[in-house]
Design a protein around this ligand. Sequence first.
Ligand code: AMP
Ligand code: MN
Ligand code: ZN
Length: 889
Amino acid sequence: MKSAKRSDSTNSGRQDSSSETNDEEQNELCPGFKDVDAFVKYGLGAVLSATKASAGLPQTGDDYDFYRSFPGFQEFCESQGDKLLLCMSQIMQHHGCRSHMRDRNKLTGLEERFDLVVDSNDVILERAGILLDEADGVNRSQQPVMPAGFQPPKIVVSSWNRKGSGSGSRSETFRLLHAKNVARPQLKFREKVDNSNTPFIPKIFIKPNATKPLPSYFTNKQIRKERPEDLDVPAALADFIHQQRTQEHVEDMFAHPYQYELDHLSIAENLLSKCEPQLYKPMDETKFTFIDTLEDLVALNEKLCKLSEFAVDLEHHSYRSFLGLTCLMQISTRDEDFIMDTLELRNEMYILNEAFTDPAIVKVFHGADSDIEWLQRDLGLYVVNLFDTHQASRALNLARHSLDHLLKHFCNVDSDKRYQLADWRIRPLPDEMVQYARTDTHYLLYIYDCVRAQLMDFNHGQTGLLQTVWNKSKDISLKKYAKPIFTEESYLELQRKQKKSFNTQQLTAFRLLFAWRDKLARQEDESTGFVLPTHMMSKISEELPKEPQGIIACCNPVPPLVRQQVNELHLLVQQAREMPLLKAEIAAQKKKGLTPIKKPDVALFGPHDTSRVSESDLPLLSPDEVPVKQGVLFTEDEHEMDIDVQKTSGLTAPAKITVFQEVETKIDQESVSVALMKARRINESFENPFRMYLPSSDVHVNKNAKFDPFSKIFEISKRWKLQSIEQQQKELEAKKKAKHEAKEQAKKVSEERNKAKQSYQESLQNVATVRQQAAESAKGGGKKRERVASEVGELTPKPSKKLMKSAEKTETPPQDSFKPFDYSQSDLKVFAGTKSKDNTQFDPNRQGHDNKKKKFPKGQNNSFAAGNRSMSYLAGKSERGFRHNWPKR
Ligand code: AMP
Ligand code: MN
Ligand code: ZN
């Protein structure tokens, strides 16, 4: 009814306004309205009068029934009703929503119809919101430069090409020059891209200019080339083989191949003295060579080896590849410019290591941080003796440190940075792009001269400042490429950046979508931003659309893989919706790189309430640890409460299933005799067989699990399988802290006692190792070393120096240390050529060697697996938030 009235008045209104604005018709926003304001003003009026009129209609009940008894009224109502439904149907269809408003047969009741309207409203409003956002955030005024013959670029607004994430940066949207139909260079790569969820291992196999020879791991083709995942053996066996092969090479595998040379690099005298800048040749008088054959590359290498310096830059593409692709390398000498097709010569570029690692040749880069990583990742190239003009610019405190600024400042050259985000995969390379790429290195040696001279002047002829720049440059060349590793917790970090507080359902959706996107991106070798940009992922999680259409509505433009798999995504959203609704406060709790030392959870219920405790978490109390204050539920004093918590921690799930629970060990160690410790140790060895697979603290049992017949099996198996690398790392970190504390305490204890304990510990070491070995081989992870170290650490309340050292060694930050392979997370067959056929039934939880399928009926598999996982993880987090907050009321 409302709409009927409204459409009537719309007509009359339009007539009025159009007669007034006849002469301006050309500039009208839409027929009859000269601008948005006019339209909004009019629309508001129309809605108001319609609302008023509808209020004047006979009310339901007696009033309405009375009027209904007049055939005229009835007829009018019906015809108006049909009109209305038709109108609504059309609007809904226009927006791609399900609409059977008019077809009364297809609908059972008013309720369902009402739901349809509500959902459609959501979709329409959503779309309006997106359009408003777009109008607000995207600057379309500047037309990007594109080489003739190429399609006008499409602007892709996605999180990855948005500069920064801080407030106020919304309008800084980068332009992505997008050429359609660029053949995927990956298809031509001889060595397939390795997107598996395993750490990066250097590509080097020959090491020119070595003072320390390349470790055998890299020179031995047998170990390197035969990837266990390529062997036709069961996954567990492949893991085992891999573990055996890599065990002895772990340190080498993840070290910087030129670490030694760089550590011992000293800057030549002449590089620390002032010299006259040597002016660049004009570009059009400079010889240019495009290199895409091995022959030319070899010739170039020979040329470079004779020089004392050359300039280098790279162009990169990251949108249509998971890890990114180095597309071009530009090199400029004092006389010549070269551009190498690094897509074509990907496997041959390593020969340049001869010049690149020659300490007598300076390699000048501008802002080499990414370049150093790309060189390693794609080309197996390293740089020894780097000079980074970006670092020089910083040291000189120049106004800005970008290359454009240096070009303008020193060479008075205007560079057109609009090409920076061009699609560098395009071949043949258009002239305009060649010009741009050349500019990036052509002037760089001159700039290098200038900044060196200025750095000397700046420092009154002293070399200090220049030396700093050399050192900073060296630090950059020591950078190691690290592959993005998916862990069960990676989504949290990204979610935190969204600055949105999510409830459990939304957070679950975010987690599931994150896993889906990561897996698909690795599989299809696309960037996660191409699969599903973060802001869309966040939007879907926030909205939790009831219909697949709602998911589509959250995306503008709709990413192709989202459109293709919208039903799978919809299933994930549905799973998230099934979560119990709780406010999640994870974001506030977690800080990057820090594992807050968690207090054992406070039981919300009485000591006899085991509703949230599963068998695996039942108290495992040794005789000396009987809880003292079992009945205490509340306590006013916070400090007192902490003690209570410690003492009654046997009541809560995480208390005993931990290897690193520092608080207790500290207290106990002082008072426990060797015999008692031994007894406890034996006692503990009878605990939950899954003990060593469980996260050290923070074992959570979800509320819903007990309603699910499968959940216990599922939970236990899932939990240890999915224990993330990150978490393990964090645990090690926490343990390290604990050990430091233990060390402090150790000073107080007498030597004798210390000795006794050490000998005791030695006698126990074997026990732990055997158990560990069995466990580890069952698990197939590469964690053995660390685990052994941790157990020893835990047993030793006052660790000896030697132990401390060995522990520290294994506990360097993630990028520098060995990360255990988590094959359970990866689909290793994908890039070996066996592509999963079952694309439509994508399941982020399905492992490469999935056998769950057999257990559960088809269709249920998907939702069950992920749903459960989500519950077990998520509820844990949020409940912790709750429990944590609760005593402080
Ligand atoms: P450049 O060193 O300026 O030539 O940049 C090298 C590569 O880094 C380019 O090919 C781009 O792929 C990438 N890149 C440079 N600047 C940006 C930026 N602002 N946002 C995203 N990618 C960039
Ligand atoms: Mn660069
Ligand atoms: Zn560049």
